[in-house]
Design a protein around this ligand. Structure first.
Ligand SMILES: Nc1ncnc2c1ncn2[C@@H]1O[C@H](COP(=O)(O)OP(=O)(O)OP(=O)(O)O)[C@@H](O)[C@H]1O
Ligand SMILES: [Mg+2]
Length: 713
C-alpha cells in the first residue's frame, strides 16, 4: 500500500527531475541558438567562396571583397597615387587591399573597410584625400586619435586640421573660411562625431563647401562605434546617417578593425551605404606570437615574472602595455614594476585628463617603456612599435582580447601577446559581466581559449570571427609546444566534486570556487595525484561543460560568485560523461615560447643609431613622434641596404622625408659603416648596441620565420 509519505517522496523526486530536464532544455536551446548563429556564418562564408570563385583555398579567401568588380587593375590615377605614396607618405609598397580600396574611393564609390589593427587603414582614405580636389572630412571618435593623425600629417607637409574643443580661434576661422570660400590650403579636416550631431554652424559651412563641389570624400574611422553590437558603441555616431542624406554624391568610407557580420550590416544601414564596396581583410596578425602563461596566486610572483620577461626580452626600452583588471591593480603593478627598475606608469579612467595625456605622450615618445592600464587605455593608441602586450588578468571576451592584444606590432614586426591566466580570475570577471547581454557566454569563450593547452590560439580567433583557418606558422605557444601536453582522465575527481557540491547544497550552503577546491584537498580517497592549480582548472572545466554553473550574490561591498550544480551534473555522477583535463608535462612558461618567436626583434647596431637619430630629429621638429620621422620598418630597410646617396635613400623613405632628414641619415650611415670592422663586417664591440648583439645571438636559435611580409597583413 502506498502511504502518503511515499507519494510525497515520489512527487519530490519527479519535481527534481522536471527541474533537471528543464535545465537541460534551456541548455539545449542555448546550444541550438549558437549553432544557428554558426550556421549563418558558415552560409555567409560559402557565399563568399562562391562569389570569389576561388575554390576552397583559405588563404585566398582570407581577403574578401563583396564586389565582383576588379579594383586591382590599372586606373588613370595610378602613377600619381604611387608618387604620393612613396614621396609624401614614404611608403615603398601597398599592403593587402590598400590599392583596391583607394581605387574604389577614387572611382567615387562608397566603401566599407574591415582591416586588422595596424593594417594601414589611414592611408586608404588619406591618399585619395590628397588626390581628389577639395576637402576630405574625417570623423574619428577620440581627440587623442585626431591629434596624433593631424600631427603626423602635418609632419609630412599635408594641410590637415582638426576642428575640436582644443582648436584655436584663429585656426577655426581659417577652417571655416576654407570650407565656405575655398580660401587657404585645407585638404583633410578631422572632427569628432559630436561636431556633426551638435554644431549647426559647422554643418551649414559643410553644406556650402559641398554646394561649391569642394567636399571630396567623407571618411568614418572606427566605424564599429555606429553599432550597438560593436564593442565600443558611441551614440553620436548614430547622427552620421545625415551625411549620406545631405551629401549623396560624395563617397563615404567607413573603416574598422573588427566587425562581425551583424556589426557590418548595422554600419552599412546606419551610414546609409547599402551598395558600398566591401573589403574584408583577414583578422590574422601573422607577426603576433600568442601565449597563455599560468599565473601564480601570489601577486608579487606575477609581477616578478612580468618584470623578468620585460627585462630579458626587451632590455632596450622597447614599448609595451600591461593590462590589469582594476584601477588599484594598475597603480600597484606600475609601482612594483618601477621598483624592479622598469620605466612604467599607470593609466586609468579615474585620473584627470591631463595626467592621462601626459602618461600617454611620454610613452608615445619612448620616454616611458610600459603603460599599465585598464581597458580605459584603449582606442586612442596609435603607437606602431608596441613590442609586447601583457594581460595581467583575463579579458572579458575574445573580441576585447583581440582588440587589446592587437595593439602590439602595428608596424608588422614580430611582437608578443602574453596572457597570465589562473582559474581564480574567472569568478572575478564573471561577477562583473554576468548581467551583460551574453556577458557570461563571451567570457567563457576567452576562458576556453585560456584553458586549452592544445588548440592553436590563432585558430580560436578565426573561429570566433568566422573566418577560414590559416596556418599559424608556430606563432603561438600551443603550436610551438604541442608535444608537451597530456590529456588526463579526471572523471573520478569530477564525480567526487559533484557529490561534494550536492551535499553542500542540500545543507543550504554555498561554496566559492576556492572553497570547493579547499574541501577537495581533504578528500583522502583521491590521494594527491592532481595539484591544487589543476583542481581549480577542473572546476572551471566543469563550468564550461555545464556540469556546474556560476551563481551570484550581492553583498554591500561586492558581488560574490558561487559554484552550483549545473544541468549535466547527473551525467558525471552516472559515469555517462568522461571528463578530461589537459596538463602540461613540462613548465613551458619560462619564456622559451618567446624565444622561439624572436625574429630579428632586436635592432642592429645601425638601427640603434638611427633610433637615437629619430629621437633627436623628432624633438627638433615640433615634438612629433619618433615613428613619424622613421618607422621601424624604414630603419630596418636603411640598415640592410645602407643607401649612400639621396637618390638611393629616396627609394626607401620617399622624397619628402629625404629632403627633411636625408643629410643627417646619410651622415649616420657613413659614420657607422666606417666604424665597422673591415674584414668580416661584424659590429665594432663598442658600437655593440647595449646588449642587443649578444641578445641576437641568444635568440637566433629556433627562430620561427614569419613568411608573411606586409602583403599578408
Ligand atoms: N603599405 C604600407 N607599408 C608599410 N607601412 C604601412 C603601410 N600602410 C600603412 N603603414 C604603416 O602601418 C602603421 C599602421 O597604420 P594605420 O594607423 O593606418 O593602421 P590602422 O589600420 O588604422 O590600425 P588601427 O585599427 O589600429 O587604427 C602606420 O605606422 C603606417 O604608417
Ligand atoms: Mg586607424
Amino acid at each position: 500500500m502506498e502511504t502518503e509519505a511515499d507519494v510525497l517522496e515520489e512527487l519530490l523526486n519527479i519535481e527534481t527531475e522536471i527541474e533537471d530536464v528543464q535545465d537541460q532544455i534551456k541548455l539545449l536551446l542555448e546550444r541550438q541558438e549558437k549553432l544557428h548563429e554558426r550556421q549563418s556564418e558558415l552560409k555567409f562564408l560559402l557565399e563568399a567562396y562562391k562569389a570569389s570563385g576561388t575554390g576552397n583555398s583559405a588563404n585566398e579567401n582570407a581577403s574578401r571583397s563583396s564586389s565582383l568588380e576588379d579594383w586591382s587593375g590599372s586606373f588613370e590615377w595610378d602613377s600619381q597615387a604611387d608618387d604620393v605614396r612613396l614621396n609624401i607618405f614614404g611608403i615603398p609598397s601597398y599592403r593587402q587591399n590598400q590599392k583596391e580600396i583607394i581605387n574604389a574611393i577614387m572611382s567615387g564609390r562608397d566603401v566599407l573597410v574591415i582591416m586588422a589593427a595596424g593594417g594601414g587603414k589611414s592611408l586608404c582614405y588619406q591618399l585619395p584625400a590628397i588626390l581628389r580636389d577639395g576637402v576630405a572630412l574625417v570623423i574619428s571618435p577620440l581627440l587623442s586619435l585626431i591629434q596624433d593623425q593631424v600631427m603626423g600629417l602635418t609632419a609630412l607637409g599635408i594641410p590637415a586640421f582638426m576642428l575640436t574643443s582644443t582648436t584655436s580661434k584663429e585656426n577655426e576661422k581659417f577652417i571655416y573660411k576654407a570650407l565656405e570660400k575655398g580660401e587657404g590650403e585645407l585638404k583633410i579636416l578631422y572632427v569628432t562625431p559630436e561636431k556633426i550631431s551638435k554644431s549647426k554652424r559647422f554643418m551649414s559651412k559643410l553644406e556650402k563647401c559641398h554646394n561649391a563641389g569642394r567636399l571630396s570624400l567623407i571618411s568614418i574611422d572606427e566605424a564599429h562605434c555606429c553599432s550597438q553590437w560593436g564593442h565600443d558603441f558611441r551614440p553620436d555616431y548614430k547622427s552620421l546617417s545625415i551625411l549620406k542624406t545631405q551629401f549623396s554624391n560624395v563617397p563615404v568610407v567607413a573603416l574598422t578593425a573588427t566587425a562581425t557580420q551583424k556589426v557590418q550590416y548595422d554600419v552599412m544601414e546606419m551610414l546609409r551605404i547599402p551598395k558600398c564596396v566591401k573589403f574584408v581583410s583577414t583578422v590574422n596578425r601573422p607577426n603576433l606570437f600568442y601565449t597563455v602563461r599560468s599565473k601564480s596566486s601570489v601577486g608579487k610572483v606575477v609581477v616578478d615574472e612580468i618584470a623578468e620577461f620585460i627585462q630579458e626580452s626587451y632590455s632596450n626600452s622597447e614599448s609595451g602595455i600591461v593590462y590589469c583588471f582594476s584601477r588599484k591593480e594598475c597603480e600597484q603593478v606600475a609601482a612594483e614594476l618601477r621598483e624592479r627598475g622598469i620605466a612604467a606608469d599607470y593609466y586609468h579612467a579615474d585620473m584627470d585628463v591631463n595626467a592621462r595625456e601626459k602618461v600617454h605622450t611620454w610613452w608615445s615618445k619612448n620616454k616611458l617603456q610600459v603603460i599599465v592600464g585598464t581597458v580605459a587605455f584603449g582606442m586612442g593608441i596609435n603607437k606602431p612599435d608596441v613590442r609586447f602586450v601583457i594581460h595581467h588578468s583575463l579579458s572579458k571576451s575574445m573580441e576585447t582580447y583581440y582588440q587589446e592584444s592587437g595593439r602590439a606590432g602595428r608596424d608588422g614586426l614580430p611582437s608578443e601577446c602574453v596572457l597570465f591566466y589562473r582559474p581564480a580570475d574567472v569568478p572575478r570577471q564573471s561577477s562583473m559581466v554576468f548581467y551583460e547581454n551574453s556577458g557570461l557566454q563571451n567570457l567563457y569563450d576567452i576562458v576556453r581559449y585560456c584553458q586549452s593547452k592544445r588548440q592553436c590560439r590563432r585558430n580560436a580567433f578565426f573561429r570566433h570571427f568566422a573566418e577560414p583557418l590559416q596556418d599559424c606558422n608556430g606563432m603561438c605557444d600551443n603550436c610551438a609546444f604541442l608535444s608537451e601536453v597530456m590529456e588526463v582522465d579526471v572523471s573520478r575527481h569530477a564525480k567526487v566534486m559533484v557529490s561534494l557540491l550536492q551535499d553542500t547544497q542540500e545543507k543550504d550552503q554555498r561554496l566559492t570556487m576556492l572553497q570547493l577546491v579547499d574541501k577537495m584537498k581533504n578528500k583522502k580517497e583521491l590521494g594527491s595525484d592532481i595539484k591544487k592549480e589543476e583542481m581549480e582548472q577542473l572546476v572551471i572545466q566543469l563550468i564550461l561543460d555545464f556540469v556546474f554553473k556560476e551563481e551570484y550574490q550581492h553583498t554591500a561591498y561586492a558581488t560574490n560568485a558561487y559554484v552550483t550544480i549545473g544541468p549535466l551534473a547527473n551525467q558525471v555522477l552516472q559515469g555517462k560523461k568522461i571528463v578530461k583535463l589537459e596538463i602540461s608535462s613540462k613548465q613551458k612558461n619560462k619564456g622559451d615560447s618567446m624565444k622561439s618567436a624572436k625574429h630579428s626583434l632586436a635592432f642592429s647596431g645601425l638601427e640603434l643609431k638611427l633610433d637615437e637619430l629619430r629621437e633627436k630629429l623628432s624633438s627638433g621638429h615640433g615634438g612629433i613622434f619618433p615613428h613619424s620621422v622613421l618607422s621601424s620598418q624604414q630603419m630596418s630597410m636603411i640598415s640592410s641596404q645602407k643607401p649612400s646617396s639621396a637618390q638611393e635613400l629616396e627609394k626607401i623613405i620617399g622624397k619628402l622625408k629625404t629632403e627633411k632628414y636625408g643629410s643627417k641619415i646619410l651622415d649616420e650611415i657613413k659614420k657607422y659603416t666606417s666604424s665597422e670592422l673591415p674584414d668580416n663586417g661584424m659590429l665594432n664591440e663598442e658600437e655593440g648596441s647595449r646588449n642587443r648583439a649578444s641578445k641576437r645571438l641568444k635568440t637566433k636559435k629556433g627562430i620561427v620565420v614569419i613568411e608573411s611580409s606586409d602583403e599578408e597583413l
